[in-house]
Design a protein around this ligand. Structure first.
Ligand SMILES: Nc1ccn([C@@H]2O[C@H](COP(=O)(O)OP(=O)(O)OP(=O)(O)O)[C@@H](O)[C@H]2O)c(=O)n1
Ligand SMILES: C[C@](O)(CO)[C@H](O)COP(=O)(O)O
Length: 260
């Protein structure tokens, strides 16, 4: 086991996406949720989890408003004076944003968690489970939930009579083996750095298929362990998700861990 695991822990918050699917015309992390930018909830959630010694936030390039949110939260979040804060320019893809953040992570840090700003209501318990598995020797850990829907794989096809372009089913993975994966994803720092160095060797088509950090760690041959995620860690991607997030912040659905 890496001696450094269990010591300092960095958390990268990726917040540099544009939020096309949400469609608010501003970067998603700045979209209000319960009257505050989504990023503010995400940062507060990380601080509240109490596992970080360094927090690095990747924001859209030239987004002064986002930088200001980071500075304000750094001042108000209740993190101690020893917390190291960094704000970096994100990149074109999520992976580019993670790499930009990794470049400033202190090499003395043993573990790093990568978290989506788009999962602003993630409970502390999820952070705890990820960190606990890293302390128990895992080099890579992801939170996940069993899936409720039956999932199919598809391939392009044409309807027999008309030739109309559709899709047809190419397979049905066994559902009880499938998991819907969330963040924060936790890694031994060196393992995540190797995985992202490998990502730089991929051609554009292969790089475009990378949807999380764990995929890269799998690709370099390391085991990725799974801990229980949370329904509260939903990723706010579409307007419907935002409605659900707003509902969660009100009345009986208000999560216990949200301040105020
Ligand atoms: N170039 C990018 C793309 C995404 N992200 C971050 O990665 C997380 C997950 O991405 P997603 O939910 O897809 O966000 P967007 O890319 O903003 O959404 P969309 O694809 O709808 O534009 C988000 O916190 C987002 O800010 C990032 O930091 N840098
Ligand atoms: C990392 C992630 O949140 C795990 O589910 C997800 O893959 C991000 O995907 P997105 O298309 O960038 O939202």
């Amino acid at each position: 086991m890496n001696e450094q695991v269990g010591g300092p822990c960095a958390v990268v918050i990726v917040a540099a996406g544009s939020g096309q699917r949400l469609g608010h015309g501003i970067p998603k992390a700045r979209v209000p949720l319960g009257g505050e930018p989504m990023l503010a909830h995400a940062i507060r959630g990380v601080v509240k989890a109490g596992i970080a010694t360094q927090i690095c936030i990747a924001v859209p390039q030239d987004d002064a408003a986002m930088v200001e949110i980071c500075h304000q939260l750094a001042a108000e979040s209740g993190a101690g004076p020893d917390m190291v804060w960094n704000v970096v320019d994100g990149g074109t893809d999520r992976s580019d944003s993670v790499r930009a953040a990794l470049a400033v992570i202190d090499s003395g840090v043993g573990t790093v968690l990568v978290h989506d700003a788009a999962r602003p209501l993630t409970p502390s318990g999820v952070f705890d489970r990820v960190v606990a598995a890293l302390r128990d020797g895992a080099k890579a850990v992801i939170p996940a939930l069993a899936v409720a829907d039956t999932i199919k794989t598809v391939t392009p096809a044409e309807l027999p009579a008309t030739g109309a372009g559709v899709e047809k089913v190419s397979g049905t993975p066994v559902r009880h083996l499938l998991r819907a994966v969330q963040t924060p994803q936790g890694f031994e720092l060196d393992t995540l750095r190797r995985a992202h160095a490998y990502a730089l060797t991929l051609d554009a088509a292969a790089a475009a298929q990378i949807t999380d950090d764990a995929m890269l760690v799998e690709a370099i041959g390391e085991d990725v362990y799974v801990v229980q995620g949370s329904t509260h860690s939903l990723k706010i991607t579409t307007p419907m998700d935002l409605l659900l997030g707003e509902a969660m912040l009100q009345g009986p659905l208000r999560p216990r861990w949200v301040e105020g």
